[in-house]
Design a protein around this ligand. Sequence first.
Ligand SMILES: Cc1ncc(COP(=O)(O)O)c(C=O)c1O
Length: 379
Amino acid sequence: MPALGYERARRAANLSTHHNTFGGMHDPKLAFAASHRSTPLIDLRSDTVTRPTPAMREAMARAEVGDDVFGEDPTVRALEAEIARLAGKQAALFVSSGTMGNQLAIALHTRPGDEIIVGDGAHPAFYESGAAPVLSGVQFAFAGAGGLFDADAMEAAIKPRAYWCPRTSLVCVENTHNRAGGRVFPQSAIIAIADRARTHGLGVHLDGARLWNASAATGVPIDQLCAPFDTVSLCFSKGLGAPVGSALVASHEHIERARRLRKMWGGGMRQVGILAAAALHALEHHRARLQDDHDHARELAQRVAGAPGLHVDLAGVETNIVNIDTDAPAEQIAARARQAGVLVNATGPRRVRAVLHLDVSAAEARAAAEQLAQAAAQP
Ligand SMILES: Cc1ncc(COP(=O)(O)O)c(C=O)c1O
């Protein structure tokens, strides 16, 4: 099969809408149409859809490896040392996913029957398959509205210390906030939340899957963004463009407990330096370009905001995610855009989400905005 045909078939296979967070089934007719397009797809469903670059693959192929369950993989060790240094924490643990990073942190800070405070639409509550109640036996309490919250809202969500109430033991912050459209959580609010949480004896965890984007947008270094937290989960497989992997950073004590839990949950990996090499490559070569994604997101948002039937809160577009509110049903807009070669997720009945990343150029961002406008203009 010629290279281009293979590429199209592969992209068509990727069209399954299992990532479509607001329902929406795979439509074979649309997939067929998309796979026979003469122009390539522009995939804005998530920044997780990037493919490793040739240089990243080369770094992976060259990686020195060993058995990481025995602590003998030099590339994993190098990555963990580097990420702990960047985050300003004592230690780091390479894990398979952001979900595993968050779930390990939740398990470290809680006991069964506890309650954890999160913002509206928080990833562990919305997108982690119900893991926290199952793996740690905890339930969620929600602070504030829209994802971001302040210390007062956090405090209001703490349950009274009575034996008939769940014990509130952890607060989780998400920065940037995915469902809030890549919003940066203000650091002043974070510091106040963490200080207040500690007066109540709570642990403080950061879901920093896209902390790289928050750092790029604000110019605040990663270690400063991590400083108020006991535990932080950081992802390499979002904007940084690595195929797999996240890290949990924390104290030596927390990381040693997390290492044991990771093994217990089946996450002990062997010659995983191949993946750590991709993460190291991403840190070295892809971090500096994140502002490009933010610029592309802004340009797309500005173009879409002027289109009839589409609405964007431009002030809320701070990083690489654009939430677009639609007059027509979101599934309809997403389906029409898909026919025109642009993939977006419907994330609500009248909301689609476009995520900019490494594999989307400025010209593609502009073309996607045009196709979304056309999708909304159809009667
Ligand atoms: C904010 C946030 N946290 C955690 C995750 C989980 O990452 P993973 O898909 O690697 O489990 C994601 C995934 O998109 C995310 O957006």
